[in-house]
Design a protein around this ligand. Sequence first.
Ligand code: SAH
Ligand code: SF4
Ligand code: F3S
Length: 433
Amino acid sequence: MAKKLFIKTYGCQMNVYDSERMAEALGGEGYETTATPEDADMILLNTCHIREKAAEKVYSELGRFRGLKAEKPDLKIGVAGCVAQAEGEEIIRRQPLVDLVVGPQSYHRLPELERKARAGARALDTDFPEEDKFTRLARRPKAPRGPTAFLTVQEGCDKFCSFCVVPYTRGSEVSRPAEQILNEARDLVERGVREITLLGQNVNAYHGHEGGLAGLIWALAEIGDLKRIRFTTSHPNDMDDALIEAHGACEKLMPYLHLPVQAGSDRILKAMNRKHTAESYIRLIGRLRAARPDLLLSGDFIVGFPGETEADFAETLALVEEVGFGQSYSFKYSPRPGTPAAERDQVGEAEKDERLQRLQVLLTRQQRDAQEAMVGREVSVLFEKPGRLPGQMGGKSEYLHAVHVHAPEAAKGDIRKVRVTEAAANSLGGVLV
Ligand code: SAH
Ligand code: SF4
Ligand code: F3S
């Protein structure tokens, strides 16, 4: 009988992709995935270390499995992802019910680690090995799957923003060879995928293809049944001419761009080691919009970075007003162990709360305005799954809006023109054209 694997994923899309690959790797060891921890033979938490809250969640979740482990001594519990990388053995010390710890660059060794854990030993691997994990991982299955997929093309980060743990948990920048990516993409498309989101901690620093990420996008665009291409997350300084141009010229590249700016004050941007200014960011957005006027922009913001004054924060608000974001993610600065900014004088918690709230009022208004501006417009929707009402289908517009449409004849994977008739905070409703 197949053993059951329960995986819970935290953090970014790269973890979503990694979880899929880890499940496949353990598939070779006779594991099937289950949606409930209660019937699992192995529980794997794929974790995120980006903010303190994210990292602490792991320990409260682990504590909840104590009862299960007592009932079922054969149950193995593993921690993967960025907390595993950052804390390693410390995890087992703090929570002895953990049997296995594996970092994001060594999860191709999961099958051996699993056997080791089954044999009763503690299994730990947080190396940054020389070998390419993608060539060592189990072949991906051939079974049909849903119409959208993530595909990691680049890992790691060399930017060292002074607040960020990613360069430490994911290591230095590595690009996968283009041929490997194109083969994986072709296989995904054969399995029914119509939209691929290329992933990287710094995806536009990709250099595994001539012409960088733009070159890779153009090569992917030649796969006939692949209809849509997206990529995330980008750094403003790696947005080169070819990639800007692709936004205007490549029909399959969707008009949505997540381009974090973090703050609007040059003093703070410098302290963050972002290596760009507010003005250079705004100029870049101008060039992107000249190439693709309907581009929907998404951003990340940090408030309460060490040294941020009210005047600095006002510059973040001003930048947001000037750029206009259709989508955004905003966070209170969280000091992370081992990062330079954690050692500096901190902004008080109450101030952080207050600034976050003011920023979110503005960002929420922009997002709502952007949603409402869609009413009456035509979008193209890739259907992903049935909606809540009978005959309804749900999918995503080219701008990544969630859209619900009455379309009883439509199937998953179809792309149809839809006229938007209503806008809610997080989704649109429409009718087939
Ligand atoms: N590689 C991406 C995203 C990294 S993490 C990039 O360069 O933008 C995602 C977001 O989390 C960041 O953009 C940042 O806004 C936020 N973040 C990272 N470290 C943080 C910290 N210490 N405190 C609060 N937010 C943080
Ligand atoms: Fe972190 Fe900066 Fe690298 Fe993004 S670019 S992953 S924020 S260090
Ligand atoms: Fe979190 Fe690691 Fe992604 S810290 S955001 S899971 S790269």
